[in-house]
Design a protein around this ligand. Structure first.
Ligand code: GLC
Ligand code: GLC
Length: 811
């Protein structure tokens, strides 16, 4: 069952039923200022950091779901409704929500009145703009009462939800004409305030939540709205809000627009005040003035659209299958921008206070984003590398506001360092810019401990070889990519976290996954060293890589597939010898991507075992058989019910590892088939089962052992976005940036006749026409650029500013 449809021309998903099986959300904002918004206008706003600088409140995990948002209430002669259906939930005569590229448009109508609200954050602006259009489609004059509503969060979102003894007393506001200011804590340590304004005179307002809603009412029935009369309250402590009241008279056929601006301002210490206790409103007024007419708002929206037109013109496929095209050309790239911005911090599954920017997460996210805005990728790489230690280890995450590593979600995940090689080489291949390698980058954010970025990569590489166990495989540390494989933890106490609790010492748990990862990124490191003439370092590194390959063949192979790990006591994990968890996806993915033992048939055997034991109609599960009891020596992985999350869920992030593995041995049929199972647009028809948005990937789909196989969770913020984009564009469609050109090496279903990719790369545009006359899955027989034959399958870098026609014949 569907709840809407794609509108590819406008790059929108159109939701036509407000009762989606889960709130279907969108993100507004591209750089510093962000909002999350659901299809019924739920959500919240923050500046840079969803934990430390939250502007408006939201109630996670509430009853009903999706409570708190950017609400408008209309009182039309006693009939009260909201354009987005919620929070009032009066049945609407029509409803439509269009989620587009960084904007959302929600339209509802009731009794002849239509209300349309456009939400977006203009480029380079610290504010959300909301354009409300009210239209009278009835035959009588309408006298409407319009109420806006946002609820201020007292900045630190965690404190806001916990420290009531203090914060029920701190709330402060200022009211100035049509602008309602929130200035809690501005007197002392804060240099920022927020505001909510409208470009029209108001007939009243409220800033005190209890007065507006009523202590025992809900968002659906604020007493002020029901009574049709504002109370003009000024909040002193308790919970400050901002609500405008506007009386609107509309003749039949008449429309009126109102522009609301929800913004954020920072002032220098000496410029904080206009006079004692009166905040300096200069910057707020400037911001409001930028959007005080419909024409200005439309111009800002047009600019935002042009920005996305440009970003989405860099890689365009025409395959003949609209589901594939819309995923690659629109939604997957859009989701990659969102994961780049948010890492794993703020979604409807991530509360914005749990995690900031993950070291491994953000490095991987870059692979799906680097082609969009390489300069931002470059900056991010330094932010991440600055949280590394001299020995190559790192904090597992850092806060976006402070850019400082923190230990809140642990450290010593021994896969972490390697991902820096992935992001850096991806950046150089895209941009051709090697200069970042020479930049001085601090360790642990300490400028006095800076070395070149290249030295950071070396430290990453060496961290693995300096931390190997008895079999010569990398020690796993707290966990590897699989956060829940906690082999040194041995936790019996439900009050401690698997991620941060003290590890048992003396263990020698090793990870075959990190070993495979090391081979893949170790080779990348070798190749990079060669590119920059560091041949001795290349030779040294190559030796280590070769040694690891031998070690995997010797100690990482179980006969039909790769072992997953060795536990604290040196026993195999992910082996046929095990009772449960005989086979795991991660080591199959990394060792097949690395092609380990491909000559001996290991890669093929491993992938066949995956097909036989892990494949399901909804994707590939993480392990099998699922764990049915708690294994203290395995940790969190065995705490999840069978079929969920890391315990045999379909963890979509790692499916592309198998997909890429399949392309190593040329099995395009399998590769594409696996991808289709988890790609959102291909799951749209089963939205009622799938539950989450049909336009973005989810982290997890319930696996075959689960109660409800196929049900998805944790949409939006997942490495799934970058990895699937990488797999489909660079390995299936096969157009891949290389140091010296654009490599073309598709691996596709045999029955594809061909497809076209337009790729902008280093200043030139390549229109690549790929033909498959012999119905092969892989192999390039010939390649021509503007009719001239090129040896091999790499399009050389051509002069900038022009378009080149490339023809590729597979065979
Ligand atoms: C989550 C985490 C990621 C981890 C994965 C597997 O997606 O963000 O860091 O690798 O789970 O545990
Ligand atoms: C990651 C994993 C999740 C696990 C969590 C532990 O987010 O995705 O499954 O529960 O780490 O903090």
């Amino acid at each position: 069952m569907k709840y809407g449809h794609f509108d590819d021309n406008r790059r929108e998903y159109v939701i036509t039923n407000p009762r989606t099986p889960w709130p279907w959300i969108n993100y507004l904002g591209n750089e510093d200022f962000f909002s999350l918004i659901s299809n019924t206008a739920g959500g919240y706003t923050f500046y840079k950091d969803a934990k430390f600088r939250r502007l408006t409140r939201y109630r996670y995990n509430n009853v009903p779901m999706d409570n708190g948002g950017k609400y408008f209430y209309i009182n039309d002669g006693g009939t009260i409704w909201s354009p987005g259906w919620k929070p009032v939930k009066t049945e609407l005569d029509s409803y439509e929500c269009r989620h587009g590229m960084s904007y959302t448009n929600i339209k509802g109508s009731k009794n002849g009145v239509e209300a349309e609200v456009l939400f977006f954050v203009p480029l380079k602006t610290w504010a959300e703009v909301q354009k409300v259009k009210l239209t009278n489609n009835s035959k009588e004059v309408k006298k409407l009462k319009l109420f806006s509503f946002v609820e201020w969060c007292l900045w630190n979102a965690e404190d806001d939800m916990a420290n009531f003894q203090r914060n029920f007393s701190t709330g402060e506001v200022e009211i100035d004409g049509s602008t309602l200011y929130h200035k809690t804590e501005y007197k002392e340590r804060r240099n920022h305030y927020a505001f909510y304004s409208v470009n029209a005179p108001i007939q009243g307002y409220d800033t005190d939540r209890e007065s507006f809603i009523g202590l025992y009412n809900e968002f659906s029935e604020p007493q002020v709205v029901t009574e049709g009369k504002p109370r003009n309250t000024e909040a002193h402590g308790w919970s400050p809000i901002a609500s405008h009241y506007i009386e609107v008279e509309l003749k039949p056929g008449e429309s009126k627009d109102f522009v609301f601006v929800l913004g954020y301002v920072e002032n220098e210490e000496e410029e904080k005040w206009e006079k004692k206790l009166v905040i300096n409103k200069k910057k707020a007024k400037e911001c409001i003035a930028k959007f005080d007419t419909v024409a200005k708002v439309e111009a800002a929206l047009a600019e935002l659209r042009a920005y996305w037109d440009n970003l989405l013109s860099i890689y365009v496929v025409e395959s003949g299958d609209e589901r594939l095209d819309r995923t690659v050309n629109i939604w997957n790239q859009y989701q990659c921008m969102v994961t780049f911005n948010m890492s794993r911090s703020a979604s409807f599954f991530e509360s914005g206070i749990g995690r900031g920017m993950g070291f491994r997460d953000s490095n991987q996210d870059l692979v799906g984003f680097v082609h969009q805005i390489p300069s931002r990728a470059r900056e991010r790489i330094f932010d991440i590398a600055s949280t590394q230690f001299e020995d190559g280890g790192c904090y597992h995450q850092y806060q976006p506001l402070t850019k400082r590593g923190n230990n809140a979600v642990g450290g010593n995940f021994n896969d972490d360092p390697l991902w820096l090689i992935l992001s850096t080489t991806a950046y150089i291949k895209e941009s051709g810019d090697y200069t970042l390698l020479d930049e001085m980058v601090p360790f642990d954010n300490d400028e006095t401990r800076s070395k070149t970025h290249f030295e950071h990569l070396k430290a990453s590489f060496d961290h693995v070889i300096n931390n190997v166990g008895p079999h010569g495989l990398p020690l796993i540390g707290r966990a590897d990519w699989n956060d829940c494989l906690n082999l040194n933890c041995f936790s019996k106490n439900p009050n401690e976290s698997f991620q941060t609790t003290e590890n048992k010492t003396g263990g020698t748990a090793e990870s075959v996954m990190i070993a495979g990862l090391f081979v893949v990124y170790g080779r990348d490191y070798v190749e990079l060293c060669k590119q920059i003439g560091k041949n001795d370092e290349a030779a040294r590194a190559q030796k280590e890589v070769d040694k690891m390959i031998d070690t995997i063949k010797k100690h990482g192979w179980d006969g039909d597939w790769y072992i997953r790990a060795y536990d604290y006591f040196g026993r195999k994990i992910g082996s046929n010898e095990c009772e449960e968890g005989k086979i795991f996806i991660e080591s199959q993915g990394w060792c097949t991507m690395a092609g380990i033992g491909v000559e001996e048939g290991m890669v093929e055997k491993s992938l066949n075992a995956v097909k036989e034991r892990l494949d399901t109609p909804h994707g590939i599960v993480l392990n099998n058989p699922a764990f049915t009891k708690y294994y203290i020596e395995y940790g969190e992985i065995s705490t999840y019910p069978a079929g969920y999350k890391e315990n045999a869920g379909i963890f979509c992030h790692n499916n592309p590892w198998i997909i890429i593995g399949e392309t190593v041995i040329g099995r395009g049929n399998n590769a594409y088939d696996y991808w289709k199972k988890i790609a959102p647009a291909f799951r749209e028809e089963i939205s009622d089962l799938n539950k989450v948005e049909p336009y973005v990937y989810a982290q997890m789909i319930a696996g075959k052992d689960a109660f409800k196989p196929g049900e998805s969770k944790n949409s939006w913020l997942t490495g799934t976005a970058a990895w699937n984009y990488y797999a489909i564009t660079q390995f299936i469609l096969g157009v891949k940036p290389a140091y010296n050109g654009l490599e073309v090496n598709p691996c596709i279903p045999a029955d594809w006749k061909g497809f076209k990719v337009t790729r902008k790369f280093r200043g030139a545009t390549y229109v690549i026409d790929i033909k498959n006359p012999n119905k092969v899955q892989k192999g390039v027989k010939s390649l021509t650029v503007d009719g001239k034959a090129v040896a091999g399958n790499i399009i050389p870098i051509m002069p900038e500013g022009k378009t080149y026609n490339v023809e590729v014949i597979m065979g």
